[in-house]
Every structure is written in C-alpha cells, then in structure tokens.
Design a protein around this ligand. Structure first.
Ligand code: ZN
Ligand code: ZN
Length: 468
C-alpha cells in the first residue's frame, strides 16, 4: 500500500487516518530495527584490526632503513604506530617510518579520531547513546502495541523484543583494546625432545628463566670439507659449559621492532643448534654471505678466530629422520625448524624474520637453503651487549669461545679436501692449492695444551704448542 501523509480533514475518514498512522509506525519500526542492527554490527568492528581472514590482506609498512613490516593499522600516537597481524599487536616507532608511511599513519590516526568522535565510541558515551535509543525503542514498541490491529500484535511484539535484545547487548559491549599476544612459557620437555638425540655429547639443564645447553663445540658429523675460502682456522674443543653454557630463554617475548640480522648481530651467535653448535649470522663480520663466498663446509659451518666451529648456514641435516624436529633455537627462545612444518606438512610462507606463527599461536623460524638461511630478524626480544655497536653487536647471554693460538690469515686458493680424527684428541686436515697438498695436524691434552703442526704445499713443517 502506498504511503502518504494525509492532511487532516479532507475526504478521508478518521478510521482511514488511523490506518495510515499504523502503517507509518509499522514501516518506521521495521526500518528502525534493521538500521539499528546494521549500526551495531558496524560498531562491533571499529576497523583495521587483524582477523584470520586478513592473512593475505596485510599492509606493508616501510622503514627508512629499508626494512618492511606486514600488519594492519590498529592505532597510532605521536610516538608509535601499532600494527596487528597474526602474531598480535606490535609497535613501530613513527620516526623510523618512511615519510610516506608516516603520513599514511597520521592520516589513518586522524580519520579514526574523527570516526570515534562521530560515533561517540568512548565507552561511557557509547553506553549512554545506546541507553537513550533503548528508551525511544521501548516507547515506540508500547505505542505500536496499542495501535496495532490484533493480528499484527504478535509480529510487533516479536520485532520489538529482538530490538530490545540487540540494544541491551550493545550496551554491555565496550570497544576491545588490542592486546599484545602473551606467549606461553616453553616446556622443557619440548626442548628436550629436540636436544635429546645429541646426548651425551651435549648436556642440558634449566632454571626458571633459561634452558642451558653445554657442549664441546665439536659436532659429531664430518666437517671442514668443501671450504674454498679458508682462514687457516681449525676446530678445537670449547668450554661451552657451566656459566659459559648456551642460554635459551623459556619465556620468549615479541620484540617491538624485530632486530634485522642484515644490519645487526654480526658478532656472536643468533641461535644454538640442537647438537650444541652455535649458529651465527648468515653474514660474516664483513657483511658478506659466508655460504656464497665459499667460507662454509658442506654442513654449513667453519671455524672462527678462536678455532671455534660454528654454522652460518642452516644445519638442515639436524632435522631428524622425519625432518620435523627443530634444528635449533634462536637466542630469543623461538624454535627453528627445517624445510617441513612440525606436523610434516610443507613449510608455509615465511615473513621477513624468516618464520611465522604455528597453529598453537607460537612463533617459530625455519632454516632454508638460501639467504637469510636461519633468522632474518629477531622476532623475539633480545638483550644486546652494550659494549658492541651495530652491526657487530651481539646478544647476551652468550657463550664465548677461547682461542689457544693467535688467529691466522686467509690462505689464498686453498680448498679443504679432507678432515679426519686422529685418536680421541686430535685431527688432521688436508687442503689443496692447485695440485699440491698441505696439512694441519693438531692435538690437545687434558691440561688445555694444544700442539699444531702446519705442513705447507712445499712440504715445510712448523710445530708450535700453546697453553690455553
Ligand atoms: Zn664464522
Ligand atoms: Zn613453520
């Protein structure tokens, strides 16, 4: 029936006018109920927050240093931009953003403020806003019931109740403030499951704060073979034990801004492999990709200036027979897996830190066969050694290697072709320059006395002993 407001009097009878009024009220109430439901639905999601369905719609934000972060705008203030992704909410300092992205954040902040003002979604105001409308709705409902013909009373009563219910729900809800994801404490049994395969060569213990790994720093697998850029260092046992053990935090916390390994942590380890061997930045202390320039053996490792064996590439060979066990733990406390997910499925897409959040809500990294191999940026909080400026800064606590002899220099064109144990406390390394072989034969005793015999490609032999 067409709706029109009639003038009073005229040819229409009083009954017809009442009938029109009832129809107007009816239409108004239906439209009102629907618009209120739509309004409330809109207000339940102020917008910008992460939800599961956002996975492929995360915005990218760029920093002046070239780093990028994926996350949706959550809120911003003068100091920080708060972004939200599947890991929770994290903040990025406004001043570190590129000018374009800082302006975008300021624009979004201004728009959100405007929207908040127009919708009055301050908790108290919002409740007042709904309480007023609740009153109007209830008065309308009573009027409708009085005016409605018998057969429509039930329909009106039902519609009215739905409206009152929706309003009462809205009054009870306040805007949810974004919460930082709390990471559950890592179970030591989980860490044990990764490290146990390498005992008794390594040993572990824990307290409330850390899981400690003690090792000699010499892996059970073959080593050194395949190095084509060699600084004449060889592996000797290190005392990674007692207070100099490797420490894995049991309660990881997300970093506000993940520390990029491109511009940081070129000194010391970033992770500890499950066989007790430290993993260093993929870049050496000159910023070069150790693997690409031939510094690493077939297992992703080599020796530092203290004759300390460590990996720079991911030790993928440690992922167990099913390739599903962690190969390492970051010094921020997050596990590093190999090419498979822990459930055996194919590795999911990695973020710029080189990891992602597992189904259980906990972050983990993955080792891969290309840069950054293990950790692109520390997703968890780490303490930095204040005595070490970036990029050669390092994480504390950290276990330290101790040299037995002065460090040597690169040996041009040497390629390591063989490395084998001699007895239980010595090794023999063979290298080639052109067609000629050279050797390093060395051993140590129980009192930390190390003896090295160097035989160069001309057959000249030099022996030196050092007390460590
Ligand atoms: Zn190294
Ligand atoms: Zn994964």
């Amino acid at each position: 029936m067409p709706l029109k407001l009639s003038n009073s009097g005229g040819e229409e009878s009083l009954d017809t006018q009442i009938c029109h009024m009832k129809n107007i009220f009816f239409s108004f109430s239906i439209a009102f109920i629907f618009s209120m439901i739509l309004l409330m639905k809109g207000m339940a999601h102020p917008g910008g927050h992460y939800s599961e369905s956002d996975k492929s719609y995360l915005n990218t934000w760029s920093l002046q240093n070239g780093e990028t972060f994926k996350g949706n705008f959550s809120r911003a203030d003068e100091q920080n931009l708060y972004l939200e992704n599947e890991s929770g909410v994290f903040s990025v300092p406004m001043r570190s953003l590129t000018e374009q992205d800082r302006n975008l954040a300021l624009f979004k902040m201004a728009r959100l403020e405007k929207l908040n003002q127009s919708l009055s979604i301050e908790p108290e105001q919002k409740a007042g806003f709904h309480q007023n409308w609740l009153l109007v709705g209830m008065v309308s409902l009573i009027m409708l019931l009085l005016l409605a013909p018998q057969k429509r009373k039930v329909l009106f009563l039902f519609g009215g109740l739905v409206f009152v219910y929706a309003c009462s729900k809205a009054v009870g809800s306040t805007p949810s403030a974004p919460s930082i994801t709390v990471i559950p404490k890592t179970r030591t049994t989980f860490l044990d499951s990764a490290f146990n395969d390498f005992k008794p060569a390594i040993s572990t213990r824990s307290d409330n704060q850390y899981y400690y790994v003690a090792s000699s720093g010499i892996p059970a697998h073959d080593k050194m073979i395949g190095i084509t850029s060699w600084q004449q260092q060889v592996p000797i046992p290190q005392a990674y034990e007692g207070s100099n053990s490797w420490s894995i935090p049991l309660q990881p916390e997300y970093a506000t801004v993940p520390l990029s390994t491109k511009t940081n942590l070129m000194k010391g380890a970033v992770a500890i492999a499950v066989n007790g061997i430290p993993i260093f930045n993929a870049l050496n202390n000159r910023g070069e990709d150790s693997y690409i320039i031939g510094e690493l053996d077939k297992w992703g490792g080599h020796c530092g200036r203290a004759d300390d064996y460590h990996y720079h590439a991911a030790p993928m060979h440690l992922s167990g027979s099913n390739n599903t066990l962690p190969i390492a733990f970051g010094l921020d406390g997050f596990a590093v897996y190999g090419l498979k997910e822990p459930d055996g499925s194919v590795m999911a897409t990695l973020d710029t830190c080189h990891g992602h959040v597992l189904n259980n809500g906990v972050y983990h990294y993955h080792g891969t066969t290309n840069y950054p191999y293990v950790i692109g940026a520390m997703r968890g909080k780490v303490n930095l050694d204040p005595a070490t400026p970036a990029p050669e800064n390092q994480i504390l606590p950290q276990a330290f290697a101790k040299p037995a002899r002065p460090a040597l220099t690169p040996l041009k064109d040497a390629v390591i072709t063989d490395f084998k144990a001699v007895g239980s406390n010595g090794f023999s390394l063979t290298y080639k320059i052109g067609v000629k072989n050279g050797y390093v034969n060395y051993s140590w005793d129980g009192n930390n006395r190390f003896t090295y015999t160097l035989i160069d490609t001309a057959g000249r032999s030099t022996t030196n002993s050092y007390q460590r």
